[in-house]
Structure formats: structure tokens, C-alpha cells
Design a protein around this ligand. Structure first.
Ligand SMILES: [Zn+2]
Length: 349
């Protein structure tokens, strides 16, 4: 496997990763705000001045300009630098793992979408459909490519492309969790964005690894999420008196107020693949799809006008799913082998 060009590919992966990371910063900032990711070009968030080419070099410009705008001296957040560095390192890791192959490229594209999902979910508690859609497209595209070129790992499963089966199963797992949360606690345990992210992970990763990634996500979530809740709780402790006044005021709204039985079933059908079919058809101006979309949106809980403020105990799950997927790609196989051996199921196979 190691060849004379491996080092070069890793350098290329780092360079491309930092450039992609730079673009992801734009996606993370603009997509939740409904702005275009292509125009206008990069500009200073403070004075609005368009950046010249040498201010746009990933990692380097940030350090040379010492996290400040060259002209107005406004502070640029370190997050830009970390996203670029993280993307570069993730690309290097994936190219090391898969080589400069179709898998290497596909996993890098998939990782790019997941890094965007992570960045957006951390700040806004949503994962845009466009980001999840891109990740799904990469997963299905890679699978169909493997199917067309006869790669054994992409053979049909029950006569269907592996990616579609994986997507349905993984979306199904999350919809089941969602429905259970709704039934038991009358609360949204799982956002639609998480279901769609699970669908994309199911399309990209081999099914056992996709399922393991959810286990990893819960594990990482339990550790980091628990710590975050404690830290946030301590921070809020100071202004608790103010918080108590409007305590549970917003608990009346949301999906709990809608007839959730039919809604849950409709939601499940819609989110397995229905949303793609209906949105695609609506975009082509197909009458029934437009009508259905209008009806569907009327079923959704009313959008909150005020900016969403997470409760101190609320932590987005998307970032843990992203971490889980990354860990599953790297360590999923050994983890499954270890578990099977531990459970005594590996004997004779
Ligand atoms: Zn500026």
C-alpha cells in the first residue's frame, strides 16, 4: 500500500482540505442566513471591504494578519482558522485511510458536508436541507459508481442499491427514536435535520458502520454533552433569578401541540425519501407536489418569530453524529470485531 507518491497525496489533501475548509466557513456563515454561498465574494464581516487574493489564502492569511482585518482592524473569529485546519487534517486522515481513490474523494466530499453540518448545528441548532442533501447525493453517487464499475462492496442488496437500503434503515432508526420521544415525552427528541443526516450517513457508510456510528455518537454525546450541560448550567446559575420568571413559557407550543399520531406517520414517510420526491416535483412545478407542499407546511407547527434560544440542558445532536461517523469510518471495523469476539460470536467465522 505505501508508495513513493503517498506523501505527495497527503500534502495535496492538506492543501485542498484547507481550501475546502475556507469555503465551508462561507457555507456555515451564510446558509442559515439564507444568503448565496457564491456571491458576493469574501469580505470583512466588520467593514464589508472585499478581500484581495492574498487575504484569502487558507490558514496563512489568518495567521499573517493575526486574526484581524487589514484595514479596519476588526477581529476575525478563530473559528475560521480552526475549521480550515480541521478540514485539512480530516482530508489527510481520509486520504491516508482510503488513498487517492474514488473512496478517498467521496469520503472527503462527504466529510466536507458533515463539517458544515457540525458548524451550523452548533450555532443555530439546525442542519440545512442543502447540506444534508449534498451528503446524501455523495453517498448515493459513490454507491452507484461502484455498482456501475462492478465493485463487490457496492453490489445490490435485496435487488436495491446498498446506499438506498442504508439510507432507509438509518432514517428509520431515527424516525423510530423521534416517534418514541414524541409518544413518551410529548417532546421532539430528534430534529428532522438529524433524521436527514442519519439518512445521508446510511447512504455513505456500509450499514454496520453507519449503525456503529450512531452508537459512537451517543457515547461521545454522553461525555461531551454531559460536560457542556454542567458548564452551561454553572454559567447560567448567576442569572437564574431572571430565568425563573419566564420558566417554561414556551413548552405549550411546538409539535406537542399538534395531533402527533398522524403527524408522526406522515413525517416518517416524508423524511425517508418523500421530501426529495416532493421537493423535486415541486421545483419542476408539478401541480400535486406544490399543493402537497402547501398542505404539509400548514401541518407544521408555526415558526417561532423570536430567535430560538436553547435551554441550558439542550445540546444539538448533529455534531455528535458527525463525530460518530468519523470515528466509525476510522475505528468501526475493529470495534465490531472486538465486540463480536467479546460476545463470543466470532468463533468459527
Ligand atoms: Zn474590515
Amino acid at each position: 500500500m505505501p508508495g513513493p507518491f503517498d506523501g505527495i497525496w497527503l500534502v495535496i489533501a492538506f492543501a485542498v482540505g484547507s481550501v475546502v475548509g475556507s469555503f465551508l466557513n462561507v457555507v456555515i456563515w451564510r446558509t442559515p442566513r439564507g444568503e448565496s454561498v457564491v456571491s458576493p465574494g469574501s469580505h470583512c464581516p466588520h467593514c464589508g471591504r472585499a478581500l484581495v487574493w492574498w487575504e484569502n489564502i487558507p490558514l496563512v492569511s489568518f495567521l499573517v494578519l493575526r486574526a484581524k482585518c487589514r484595514t479596519c482592524r476588526g477581529k476575525i473569529r478563530w473559528r475560521y482558522f480552526w475549521i480550515e485546519l480541521a478540514t485539512a487534517l480530516v482530508f489527510v486522515t481520509l486520504v491516508r485511510r482510503f488513498g487517492a481513490t474514488a473512496d478517498g474523494i467521496a469520503y472527503c466530499l462527504f466529510a466536507a458536508a458533515l463539517i458544515a453540518a457540525l458548524g451550523i448545528d452548533l450555532e443555530h441548532y439546525i442542519i440545512p436541507d442543502g447540506v444534508n442533501g449534498f451528503a446524501l447525493l455523495v453517498g448515493v453517487g459513490r454507491d452507484l459508481w461502484g455498482l456501475a464499475t462492478g465493485e463487490p462492496s457496492h453490489a445490490l442488496v435485496y435487488g436495491l442499491p446498498r446506499s438506498l437500503v442504508g439510507a432507509v434503515v438509518c432514517a428509520g432508526v431515527f424516525i423510530a427514536i423521534q416517534a418514541m420521544g414524541l409518544a413518551l415525552f410529548r417532546k421532539d427528541a430528534m430534529g428532522d435535520g438529524d433524521v436527514k443526516l442519519a439518512r445521508a450517513i446510511g447512504a455513505m457508510l456500509p450499514l454496520p458502520l453507519a449503525l456503529v456510528s450512531f452508537v459512537f455518537a451517543v457515547g461521545v454525546g454522553a461525555v461531551i454533552g454531559g460536560a457542556a450541560v454542567v458548564i452551561r448550567g454553572m454559567r447560567r446559575g448567576a442569572d437564574r433569578k431572571v430565568e425563573l420568571d419566564d420558566g417554561d413559557a414556551e413548552d405549550g407550543g411546538g409539535p406537542t401541540a399538534t395531533p402527533w399520531g398522524m403527524f408522526a406517520i406522515g413525517s416518517a414517510l416524508y423524511m425517508t425519501f418523500g421530501d426529495l420526491i416532493v421537493d423535486g416535483a415541486a421545483r419542476l412545478k408539478v401541480g400535486w407536489a406544490t399543493a402537497f407542499n402547501r398542505w404539509w407546511n400548514a401541518q407544521l407547527p408555526p415558526e417561532e418569530d423570536e430567535e430560538f434560544v436553547p435551554a441550558p440542558t439542550q445540546v444539538p445532536f448533529g455534531p455528535f453524529m458527525v463525530a460518530g461517523a468519523f470515528l466509525a469510518v476510522l475505528f468501526g471495523r475493529p470495534a465490531i470485531d472486538w465486540y463480536l469476539a467479546w460476545a463470543g460470536l466470532a468463533g468459527g467465522q
